[in-house]
Every structure is written in C-alpha cells, then in structure tokens.
Design a protein around this ligand. Structure first.
Ligand code: FNR
Length: 386
C-alpha cells in the first residue's frame, strides 16, 4: 500500500506487508472457521444510527470515567499477548501511546515486557489482565506485583479454560511468545529458545476447573454476620472469585461474559465490572458477536456495575453503537497490534486518534455533544420495531 493509512482498517494491510506470516496470522486469526471473527465485524454493520439534528454540537466532549479514572474517550487498549512480535519495544511503546491518548491500557499477563517495565515506562492508567493458573501462587504473585506497581484493576479473563483451536497457528507451528512476567516462575519454560506450542502451554498451565461454584462465607467476625447466621441466613459467594478477591484490594473485572446468566452471576459474585468479549473470536467459533449480546448483558446488570465491550471495533461509529446499547466503553485489540507492527508507538497513537476523531464526528452528526447524550434511541437494531 503506497498511500498513508486513513482509517484503522488500512493498518491491517500495512501490518500484513511488514510482519512475518506466522506473526501476522497469530494476530489476525480466529478460531476454526472464523465465523465469529467475521460476525464480530458484520454484526456492527446491521445496526443503524438514528441521528438527531438541530442540536448544538459546536463543542464535543468525549471524555468519560471508568472505575473512577477520567479518560479522554471511551476507547481502551485491550490486553493482547506478545507485542514484541510486532515491534522491538513491545508493550512499552503501546503503553506510551495509551498515555498520549489519555486512555487506559490493559496489560496482558503474557506480555513481552514485564509488569514492572511497563509501569516505569509511562504514566498511563494501567489495568492488569490475569488468568488463574493451576499454580494459584503464581497468579497471586502476579496480582501482587501489579498492585505494587500501580496497576489500578485486575481483569480476570474467564473464557479460556482451554485454548481455542486457531488453525493458522497450528499450521504455522506457532510457539508461545516469550512471557516476561513468568520468567523463572513456570515449570513449563515458556521462555526457552524452543518455546512451547501455544496449546500445550495454555492447557498445561491454566486452571480449567475455575467455576461459579459457591461456598458459604466462612470467615467473618462481624456481629452482623453471626446475627444473620444464627437466623439461618448464610451468604454464599463464588469461591474462585473470593479467592482472587482475597489476594488484592484492587477492583476486579471479568472479561469474557456473553450471556445474561453469567452477567447475573458476576454481579452476585461481587465483581466490579464486566467486559463483554469473545476473546476477539479466538476461543469458541460460533460464539455470538459481542455487539449482538451486549444489551442482554446490560439488562441483566441493571446498572450495578460498568459493562465494557470488545470485539470487532474498527470505527468511531462502532464505538457509538456500543455506547448506545449500554456499554460504558470499548476495548480494541488487533487495531493496536496492527498499528504497532506498521509504525511502532506512532502507529498505536494514530490508531487511537483515528478512532477518537471518528467518534467525535459520529457524535456531532448524531446530535450528541457528550457521551451521556448517546442513548438507546440513537440506534436501531434488527430486533427493534419500526
Ligand atoms: C488477544 N486477546 C487476549 N485477551 C486476554 O484476555 N489475554 C490475552 O493475553 C490476549 N491475547 C490476545 C492476543 C491476540 C493476538 C489477540 C488478537 C487477542 C483478546 C483481546 O483482549 C480482545 O478480547 C480482542 O482482541 C478484541 O477483539 P479485536 O479488537 O481484536 O477484534
């Protein structure tokens, strides 16, 4: 491509031209037949915007607050693995770009720069994404490191009891990118020269027994607790979430919710936020497009905790649609990786700026000067009556 990119999609092609095929496929690919991968994009196209005119849009304010953190626009950087495969500075470059855009970066536990390196390289608000390993002590240690180094929330990814079948990676014999945070911690040496196959590594390390299973609250010394217990009223909480809660005082978000049933359980389990996500269509093929289930989750949550969404967000209008259907913000995964591969830190900055500019125009042309002005009535889905 000879001309400069004018939208986020242009970065995909630039990245394809620049990256070794194995790495491009790792970033771009989805699970099995990639039905969900296509659907994540196409489902946005089936939602129309209902613009309102003759509203004063001479000033547009895209700023918003997520878990108490003020950001310039409701567009966050999703946790994705292996940024050094795209660019030699890896997550350090991404974090600086997030800081420049005044947004939140969610660092993947499987980053190629460490929790500590990213913390010292920039002043972006950072959340830390976690899986729960069979070795719980390792998960607890990562959480403690993140908390000590100023990360502001823990994002527990719940959709990966096993790794989805990403067939391009299987064909390419893709190995797990080096994981800086796990150096010296895992018996499976994910950082060895030979590496380990993605699936082997994931399936041997991640705890597939994680569940919503509840247990009575066992340790409470409050008079109130004993009083209620004596009346036969006992509190039940999901023990795995409780365990994570016991390791940190940070807010916990669950990433990977796609149904109202799980959204209700997450609220009951006391988490602080939900990310509607199908892992960028890399886990279960034929999982629904995230935008198509957002409203179901939002209704179940009833405004008690923030709901965020990722998957297929490529345009400012996509951000607008997600907000209209009840998301507080969106996350972007691949566009950041493609920006990083194409032009390093500057590429990620441009990607974030492009989406912000497009959102600003969408808001102006729809009659929404502020984020809170974007409402359900600004979109029409296929399920809406005319
Ligand atoms: C991811 N994603 C992801 N999610 C997570 O919780 N932990 C991780 O380590 C990763 N790693 C990862 C690597 C790559 C290459 C991709 C593309 C994605 C999923 C990610 O957080 C997010 O859910 C999706 O990327 C969002 O979809 P889009 O924006 O890529 O369409």
């Amino acid at each position: 491509m000879s001309s400069e990119p004018v939208n986020v999609n242009d970065f995909k092609e630039l990245a394809r031209l620049k990256l070794p095929k194995m790495y491009y496929d790792f970033y771009a690919g989805g699970a099995e037949d990639e039905h969900t991968l296509r659907e994540n994009i196409q489902a946005f196209c089936r939602i129309m915007i209902r613009p309102r005119v003759l509203v004063d849009v001479s000033q547009i304010d895209m700023s918003t607050t997520i878990l108490g953190h003020r950001i310039s626009a409701p567009i966050l950087v999703a946790p994705t693995a292996g940024h050094k495969l795209a660019f030699h500075e890896g997550e350090l470059a991404t974090a600086r770009a997030a800081a420049a855009a005044k947004t939140i970066m969610i660092l993947s536990y499987s980053s190629t720069c460490s929790i500590e390196e990213v913390a010292s390289s920039c002043n972006a608000v950072r959340f830390f994404q976690l899986y729960i390993f069979k070795r719980r002590d390792i998960s607890a240690l990562l959480v403690q490191r993140a908390e000590r180094f100023g990360y502001k929330a823990i994002v527990l990814t719940a959709d990966t009891p096993r790794l989805g079948r990403r067939e391009a990676d299987i064909k390419n014999k893709m190995i797990a990118p080096p994981m800086k945070n796990l150096e010296g911690l895992m018996s499976i040496d994910v950082n060895s020269d030979q590496g380990s196959k993605l699936e082997t590594y994931a399936n041997e390390t991640l705890d597939a027994s994680l569940s919503w299973e509840v247990c009575p609250i066992s340790c409470s010394d409050s008079f109130y607790f004993y009083f209620l217990s004596s009346l036969g009223i006992i509190f039940y909480h999901p023990q795995d979430i409780m365990w994570l809660r016991s390791t940190t005082s940070l807010p916990i978000l669950i990433k990977g919710i796609l149904t109202h049933e799980d959204a209700t359980k997450a609220v009951e389990g006391g988490v602080d936020g939900i990310i509607v996500s199908n892992h960028g269509a890399r886990q279960l093929d034929f999982a629904p497009a995230t935008i198509s289930v957002l409203e179901e989750v939002v209704h179940a949550v009833k405004g008690k905790i923030p709901v965020l969404l990722d998957g297929g967000v490529r345009r400012g209008t996509d951000v607008f649609k997600a907000l209209a259907l009840g998301a507080q913000a969106v996350l972007i995964g691949r566009p950041v990786l493609f920006g990083l591969a194409a032009k390093g830190e500057g590429g990620v900055r441009t990607v974030l700026e492009m989406l912000k500019n497009e959102l600003e125009i969408s808001m102006a042309l729809s009659g929404c000067p502020c984020i809170k002005d974007i409402t359900r009535s600004h979109v029409r889905t296929q399920h809406d009556k005319l």
